[in-house]
Design a protein around this ligand. Structure first.
Ligand code: 5AD
Ligand code: SF4
Length: 459
């Protein structure tokens, strides 16, 4: 591994890279891990003297931070590459250059440098330290020797510098990378590699930096945060250490694996005031037969038991989940079991997807035998039931008084504020002189979809 580490050194470290100038634009697709990585990429490039631009039309290089989780996501990104190419044609220049980062870079590697897409640079999820050097060479017109840099490293130490990336409502902090589970449908273990923890000291230092920059809330991120395992420190231990940081008021985390949501962990979440009572715990399917085929490592009864315990241990807890419909072999009966879970758990929010076969994953050996129209109709039925269950739960909230924190001005209506409760409910409040970060009591007056409306009790 020592050789690999040496090879990892960027040819120009970020600090040594010449401030050659040039503007970069980063577009992010997919999960929050990518949002964090994009902030880190921007930080590396800004430190090397490049300017961040929000406009691809004026950028010298556009980096697409990509997602491979479903075919649809990849197709959208491929057509985006075509659009950026057309900016070049319109400008009559060789720029913007196009770089692909993230999961597609890892999955497709050199293929992206060929054929119709022919991007200029491909850098995988663990190799972003090489970006300043490579971008410098490309912008200077020197063809980068290695325009494709992929492969996994042993360390997780990518940091998004809060002083360069303004602190927002909930600053993202990746605590580990990769995934050691082998869910049969999932491309992530291939694209992001094995699970590697960021050192606790690095995580704590990063969060202290966020607080120093004015942040009051963090979201700890990872493919499976609940499986965090540093020698002598598990996720519950890490939460306790993070909760001790002075000035940090709220801690959220994404994503928890139901199997790792142990009772002692839930006790800790319930006990620590600053840990928000919201669990995103993807079940994927309510059918034990399908869960086994997915290799999810829990069954429906264990999942429901976890939800039940969480309701007792964590005051005010809310749940959200991901679902896949139309997994190979899913029957109407399996699907009914999924609908049943929705009724039992009463999620605040769900994210549901049609199964998409990914090349090389274990489930690709199974026939993708649920017809597309059946997948579509199951997806619609799932969402319809969720709307129905949620409408009942949400209506019952009218008249309640919640504590919520001001995130900023709401998009609509004019003059309104957007607030969020600890259990992740969005509330729009009209009128009142509020300040971002301020905590207020709001009386709920109604809701539309997952957004609540309320009036400020103290304004
Ligand atoms: N097809 C459909 N959905 C998928 N997901 C992951 N892999 C696939 C796939 N092959 C969904 C899961 C996961 C979410 C991030 O994406 O629900 O939790
Ligand atoms: Fe994919 Fe399963 Fe790992 Fe989640 S836990 S990233 S679904 S393999």
């Amino acid at each position: 591994m020592a050789d690999f580490q040496a090879e990892l050194q960027p040819r120009l470290s970020p600090d040594e890279a010449p401030a050659r100038g040039g503007r970069f634009h980063v577009e992010t697709y997919g999960c929050q891990m990518n949002s964090y990585d994009s902030q880190a990429i921007s930080g590396l490039l800004q430190r090397a003297g490049y300017a961040r631009s929000d406009d691809p039309d004026v950028a010298d290089i556009v980096l697409l931070n990509t997602c491979s989780v479903r075919d649809h996501a990849e197709q959208k990104i491929l057509s985006r590459i075509g659009e950026i190419r057309s900016i070049r044609r319109r400008r009559g220049l060789a720029q913007p250059l196009i770089g692909v980062c993230g999961c597609m870079a890892e999955r497709l590697g050199p293929e992206l440098r060929k054929g119709q897409h022919r991007v200029d640079l491909v850098v995988g999820v663990d190799r972003y330290e090489t970006l300043p050097g490579l971008v410098g060479e490309l912008l200077a017109g020197e063809p980068a020797l290695e325009a494709v840099v992929t492969g996994h490293t042993d360390e997780a130490r990518l940091v998004a510098p809060p002083e360069l990336y303004p602190v927002n409502n909930s600053h993202l902090v990746t605590i580990h990378k990769g995934c050691d589970y082998k869910c049969t449908y999932c491309i992530v273990p291939m694209t992001r590699g094995p699970q590697k923890e960021k050192a606790p000291d690095l995580i704590l230092e990063e969060i202290r930096g966020i607080v120093a920059a004015g942040g009051r809330e963090v979201t700890l991120l990872g493919q499976n945060v609940t499986a965090y395992a540093w020698p002598g420190l598990d996720f519950a231990g890490l939460l306790q250490k993070v909760a001790e940081i002075p000035g940090l008021e709220r801690i959220r985390f994404l994503t928890g694996h139901p199997r790792d949501m142990h009772r002692p962990l839930m006790d800790v979440i319930g006990r620590l005031d600053s840990v928000c009572p919201w669990l995103h715990v993807p079940i994927q399917s309510g059918s034990d037969r399908i869960l086994r085929r997915m290799k999810r490592l829990y069954d429906r009864a264990e999942y429901l038991d976890m939800v039940d315990y969480a309701r007792r241990a964590i005051p005010g807890v809310t749940f959200s989940s991901d679902f896949i419909v139309g997994f190979p072999g899913e029957t109407e009966e399996d699907f009914q079991a999924t609908l049943e879970v929705l009724r039992e758990v009463r999620y605040d929010q769900i994210f549901s997807f049609k199964y998409s076969e990914r090349p090389g994953v274990p489930a690709a050996r199974l026939a993708d035998d649920v017809p597309l129209d059946v997948k579509k109709s199951r997806l619609a039925r799932l969402m319809e039931l969720q709307d129905e269950v949620w409408a009942g739960a949400a209506a019952a909230c009218t008249g309640q008084v919640w504590h919520a924190v001001v995130e900023g001005p709401a998009r609509r209506p004019e003059g309104a504020w957007q607030l969020r409760t600890g259990n992740n409910r969005k509330v729009i409040v009209t009128g009142g002189e509020l300040v971002p970060g301020q905590g207020v009591a709001v009386r709920i007056t109604g809701h539309r979809n997952t957004t609540f409306f309320g009036s400020c009790e103290e304004c």
